[in-house]
Design a protein around this ligand. Sequence first.
Ligand SMILES: [Fe+2]
Ligand SMILES: [Fe+2]
Length: 333
Amino acid sequence: MTAPDTAEPLQRQFDDTIARDHRVEPRDWMPDGYRRTLIRQIAQHAHSEIIGMQPEGDWITRAPSLRRKAILFAKVQDEAGHGLYLYSAAETLGADRADLTERLIEGRQKYSSIFNYPTPTYADVGVIGWFVDGAAICNQVPLCRSSFGPYARAMVRVCKEESFHQRQGYELLLTMMRGTEGQRAMVQDAVDRWWWPSLMMFGPPDGDSPNSAQSMAWKIKRHTNDELRQRFVDMTVPQAERLGVRLPDPELRWNEERGRHDFGTPDWSELQRVIAGDGPRNAERVSRRRAAHEDGAWVREAASAYAAKQAARAAGAAAATQGQAQAQEGTAA
Ligand SMILES: [Fe+2]
Ligand SMILES: [Fe+2]
């Protein structure tokens, strides 16, 4: 006689949850691969939010007006918040936040390739909001229906903020396009530099994305990389026309038959290089994150010491109350 297989009914229950489009919650049984995939994806997403503060954060002290400074400050702070929600979501799967941070600063875990590009002008702030936050919206709106509950719920709030980020970027660019010849040229230059890296944010083409099929079967992911990229292009082309900029792709045109835009192929070898660590700003981004982590060690130590003191005080108070109750019981008897 063999021991009954306990995993099988649990697996059936999990499959059923996915099939019915219900949410998997942290207390539920889940296959190891599902847990590992989610921890990797959520951690990379969290790292991207945190590293993503740097390219624009560089402009906070140099914003052209108080209004622009306040907007940029709020936006960069939102990105920090997104990172924190996501680290919390990863913790519900048993991941340890300190360990995830170590992996990031040791280069063992990735973040979005887009944040390895430089931001030489203020138009970059606008184009990042328009393209990068726009691409993030295309990626993240379907994640609000992701099968893992804490991830899906975090995305609902994150997406509301991303939509503010996209609008502030576009509004900044509209203002610059109504300005001087020099400002219009600055916007076009930023568009030229960010367009292709933004298309690469959706990841390699479907044929080269080996984990996609499993993530789609688990309903972590709802659309393929190529589908999301197409959506982004279709959404952005009319916005570019309205703004009066040219997207730097000679193959970009409306395809009447498909009812969608045709567009050129990004330089995938560039994506591979940037992912492998050889982008224009990879080393700088990671070393700055490492320095911030080391500089913040005293804050984490102080917070832990304070939490330990509070816990000891609470335990002491509970023991005293219990002693008092026992003494009262003794008098009553
Ligand atoms: Fe974000
Ligand atoms: Fe954002």
